[in-house]
Every structure is written in C-alpha cells, then in structure tokens.
Ligand binder design. Sequence first.
Ligand code: ZN
Length: 112
Amino acid sequence: MDTAFYERRLREELAALAAASEDGKDARSPVILDQQSVGRLSRMDALQQQAMAVATEERRRIRMLALRAALERVAAGAFGDCVRCGEKISVKRLDLDPTIATCIACARATVE
Ligand SMILES: [Zn+2]
C-alpha cells in the first residue's frame, strides 16, 4: 500500500483546516452588541452567524483530531491496519476517507 500517498492527503487536509480555522477566528469571536450602531435584527444576524462559525469550528476540530490520529498511525507504521482486529483496511475504504481506522467487519460490528 502507498502509505506516502495517504500521508500526503492527510497532511494537506490538516493544513487546509488549520488555515480555515485561522481565517475564521474573527467570525467566531464574541459579538459586541452596540445598541447605537446596529438594529435589533442585524444584532440577531450577527449572533446567529457567530454561533454558526463556532459550530463549524467544532466540526473542524473533530476532523483535525481524526487526521492527527491517522498521521500518528502512519508514524507508528500501523496505517491501514484496523485498530480493533489488526486486519488490513481495504484501499477502497481508505480512498474514501484516510482517517478511517477500522476494517469494514469491525465497523459493522460497532453499528450492530
Ligand atoms: Zn477490524
């Protein structure tokens, strides 16, 4: 298996998310409510947008944890091995998402 290919994908996605997280900093900062300059509706808009930015960051943070965990498996020489049973994870599964840590059988067993 071409681990280097997956490692590159993982690193690229992690870098892109880190950059997006940095870009979104201002949007996530607490809304300063200025009664004079903005109307009630625009304040509600601002609060809603800030809440959405916080939720986006939360999803991003969870994805970044999965990416870092996958990179740790690369470093440990265990990338592509199921973390539950140790069997090889299919390339099809890894192509879909290189952060997937279990083989299909273990994934199914978890759902049931
Ligand atoms: Zn397994």
